[in-house]
Ligand binder design. Sequence first.
Ligand code: C5P
Length: 212
Amino acid sequence: MIIAIDGPAASGKGTIARQLASVYGLHHLDTGILYRAVAKAVLDAGRSPDDTAQAIAAAISLDPATFDESALKAQKITEAASVVAAIPEVRQALMNYQREFATRPPGAVLDGRDIGTVIAPGADVKLFVVASPEVRAARRARELAARGEPVDEKDVLADLLRRDERDSRRTAAPFKAAPDAHLLDTTHLSIDAAFRAAVDIIEAVRTGRERR
Ligand code: C5P
């Protein structure tokens, strides 16, 4: 089974994806980590994230086995990740890895921005997870504070909106819901309730298939 989960930052998609993978015994890939790793490689080389040649070279030579996920979640990498993610050749270089990951037995849960539309358009179930920008900013600010990166919630909100806009407007794999994705709004849901709602959708899709 392949489960595709797309959504904006701090919508809850990552937590839902991790829990689903654990319950259904599937592999899990947070695809944002790949774009973050490209951004970090470019920044570490002392270059700007809009240095297209540098970003493409970093994407081609990326080795997911060496990732330090915690370091990649740092706020300073976030904005740069969305800049390199708009470069078509960067997306192309990361595509095979994601597609191969998706088809590893017994299946996988992938979360990102283009999973249901580009990476796994044939996924068994697609979720599009959303939440209001204010709630997402509050969640992200709490997450960053817990990492020892205290931030002003207003700045986080502005950053989220800027990133949503850049991710949705780019021409290469713009962030949008697949037509057959199931919408899950977590604005007023606890982590537990959001997870249960995701399971309900998946089970409804599976039952519907068995009946056919
Ligand atoms: O999910 P996360 O916030 O870690 O993603 C960082 C950035 O990576 C996003 O803002 C987006 O620009 C990019 N991304 C993407 N496609 C994906 C996953 C992430 O373009 N599938």
